[in-house]
Design a binder for this molecule. Structure first.
Ligand code: FAD
Length: 408
C-alpha cells in the first residue's frame, strides 16, 4: 500500500511501528520524528543492567543506524513535533517544517512527573527516564554515599537495588504503607518491602517529602525533610514519582484524550487517520471489556504490529494481556493480567518467605492476574488460566502438585 506514514516519537513503540509497517509490506514513505538525539532505545535496562554497568550501551538500541536507511525510513533525530494539522494532514515540527501524512502514529510516551517541593532543582536531585539520565545517575552512584529515593514504584525500587549494589546507604521514601501497594495489594507489596529491608534499605513508609535541603554550599543537595519533621541526609536524591502520558499534540488537535489518547481496539483515535501506541494509548481491550492504558515495555513492543495492520487494512485488534517484569537484587518477576476491575483474594503457590512463588489475584473465584517470582516459564499457563475465566478453588490454585495447565 502506498501512502505516507509519519510516526511521532522514536522510543520502542515508534521504532517497532516503522519496523512492523515495512514487515507488513508498506511500500510508501515512512517518517520517524524523535525529539531526543539518540536512536530509538529500550528503557528497562536503564534502571537495571545498564545502570549497574553490566549491559553495554549498544545493547539498548532497538536497531542500529543503518537499519533505518536500509528500510527506507526517514529518521529525524532532534526534531520535535509541535502540532498536528488534521485538516491539512500534516505534522508540524519546531522548525515549521510540515510532514504530510496519510496516517500518523502517535508514540510520544510519557514524561516523569516532577516532585513539587522546594529544593527539587538542587544539584544532585536526579530522575530517570532517558539514556542521558541513566548515564548521569550511573556516574553519580559511583561517588554518592547516601542516596534517598523518593517514590516506591518499580523504577524507584530498581534504582534502590542499583544504589545498594554500588554500596551506597539507601533510604526509600514511600507515601503508602507499602511500596507498590496500589499495583500489588498489601500482601505482595509486603514481599517487596521485606526484600528491600533484607538488603539493607531504610524503607520509610507512610512518609512524605516536604522539602529537599541544600548542603552547606547552597547548590548541592544535602538531605531530605519529611513531613513528620525527620531529616534524612543525602548526597544524591532520585525522584521516581511516576510518569504522565505526553498527550499535548493529540489534545491540541482536538482528539479524544482521557489520561492517554483514547483509541479503539485497532488503535485508531477519534480521527481514523491518527493512531496511538505504547504509553500514551488508552486502548479498548476486547478481553478486558474496557479501555486500558499501561506503561509497560511489552505494550510498546506489541501494539505496533496492530497499528501497522490497521494502516495496511487488516483487521487485527490488540488483545494481549498487560505484561511487565522487574529485576531487583536476586529477585526476578513477571506479572500478567489486570486487576482494574478489582480483586478479592490473593492466592499464593510456593514459598512466600523464600520469595519463590506464583501469586494469583482472583475476582469472584476467577484468576485475573498472576505474578511469578523467581519461578520461570509459567506466563503462558497463567495467561490461559486468565483467559479461560474458569472459577478455580483457591486450594487447587495453591497446590504446587497440580500443574497449572490442569486448572483450566
Ligand atoms: C528507567 C525505566 C525502566 C523501565 N523498566 C520497565 C520494566 O522493567 N518493565 C516494563 O514493562 N516497563 C518498564 N519501563 C516502562 C517502559 O520502558 C515504557 O512503557 C516504554 O518505554 C514505553 O515506550 P513508548 O515508545 O511508548 O514511549 P517512550 O519510551 O517514552 O518513547 C517516547 C519517545 O517519544 C519522544 N517524543 C515525545 N514527544 C515528542 C514529540 N512531540 N516529537 C518527537 N518526539 C517526541 C520522546 O523523546 C521519546 O523518545 C521502564 C521505564 C523506564 C523509564
Amino acid at each position: 500500500m502506498a501512502g505516507r506514514v509519519v510516526v511521532v516519537g522514536g522510543g520502542l513503540a515508534g521504532a517497532k511501528t516503522v519496523e512492523a509497517l515495512r514487515d507488513g509490506g508498506h511500500d510508501g514513505g515512512i517518517v520517524l520524528l524523535e525529539a531526543g538525539d539518540e536512536l530509538p532505545y529500550e528503557r528497562p535496562p536503564l534502571s537495571k543492567g545498564y545502570l549497574q554497568g553490566s549491559d553495554e550501551r549498544d545493547s539498548v538500541f532497538v536497531h542500529d543506524a543503518d537499519w533505518y536507511a536500509d528500510h527506507d525510513v526517514e529518521l529525524h533525530l532532534d526534531v520535535q513535533a509541535t502540532a498536528l494539522d488534521l485538516a491539512g494532514r500534516d505534522v508540524i515540527d519546531t522548525s515549521g517544517t510540515r510532514h504530510g501524512f496519510t496516517h500518523v502514529v502517535l508514540a510520544t510516551g510519557s514524561a516523569p512527573r516532577p516532585l513539587d517541593v522546594p529544593g527539587a532543582d538542587l544539584l544532585g536531585v536526579a530522575r530517570l527516564r532517558t539514556l542521558a539520565d541513566a548515564d548521569r545517575l550511573r556516574a553519580s552512584l559511583q561517588s554518592a554515599s547516601r542516596v534517598v529515593v523518593v517514590g516506591g514504584g518499580w523504577i524507584g525500587l530498581e534504582v534502590a537495588a542499583a544504589a545498594r549494589a554500588a554500596d551506597c546507604e539507601v533510604t526509600v521514601v514511600v507515601r503508602d504503607e507499602f511500596p507498590l501497594r496500589s499495583v500489588l495489594g498489601d500482601r505482595m507489596a509486603a514481599l517487596f518491602a521485606d526484600l528491600h529491608r533484607a538488603h539493607g534499605v531504610d524503607l520509610r513508609t507512610s512518609a512524605e517529602v516536604s522539602r529537599i535541603l541544600a548542603a552547606g554550599d547552597g547548590a548541592h543537595v544535602g538531605g531530605v525533610a519529611l513531613a513528620d519533621g525527620t531529616v534524612v541526609d543525602a548526597d544524591l536524591v532520585v525522584v521516581g514519582v511516576g510518569a504522565a502520558p505526553r498527550v499535548d499534540l493529540a489534545r491540541d488537535a482536538g482528539l479524544l484524550v482521557d489520561d492517554g489518547v483514547v483509541v479503539d481496539a485497532h488503535l485508531r483515535s477519534s480521527d481514523q487517520h491518527v493512531l496511538a501506541v505504547g504509553d500514551i494509548a488508552r486502548a479498548e481491550h476486547p478481553f478486558l471489556g474496557t479501555h486500558v492504558r499501561v506503561e509497560h515495555w511489552a505494550t510498546a513492543l506489541n501494539q505496533p504490529a496492530t497499528a501497522a495492520a490497521t494502516i495496511l487494512g487488516r483487521d487485527e485488534p490488540y488483545d494481549k494481556l498487560p505484561y511487565f517484569f522487574s529485576d531487583q537484587y536476586d529477585l526476578g518477576m513477571e506479572y500478567v493480567g489486570w486487576t482494574g476491575h478489582g480483586f478479592d483474594d490473593v492466592v499464593v503457590r510456593g514459598d512466600e518467605s523464600g520469595r519463590e512463588l506464583i501469586a494469583f489475584w482472583t475476582h469472584g473465584g476467577r484468576v485475573v492476574a498472576g505474578m511469578n517470582v523467581n519461578v520461570w516459564d509459567v506466563v503462558e499457563d497463567v495467561e490461559r488460566l486468565i483467559r479461560s475465566r474458569a472459577v478455580v478453588e483457591p486450594a487447587r490454585l495453591a497446590d504446587p502438585d497440580i500443574p497449572l495447565a490442569d486448572l483450566v
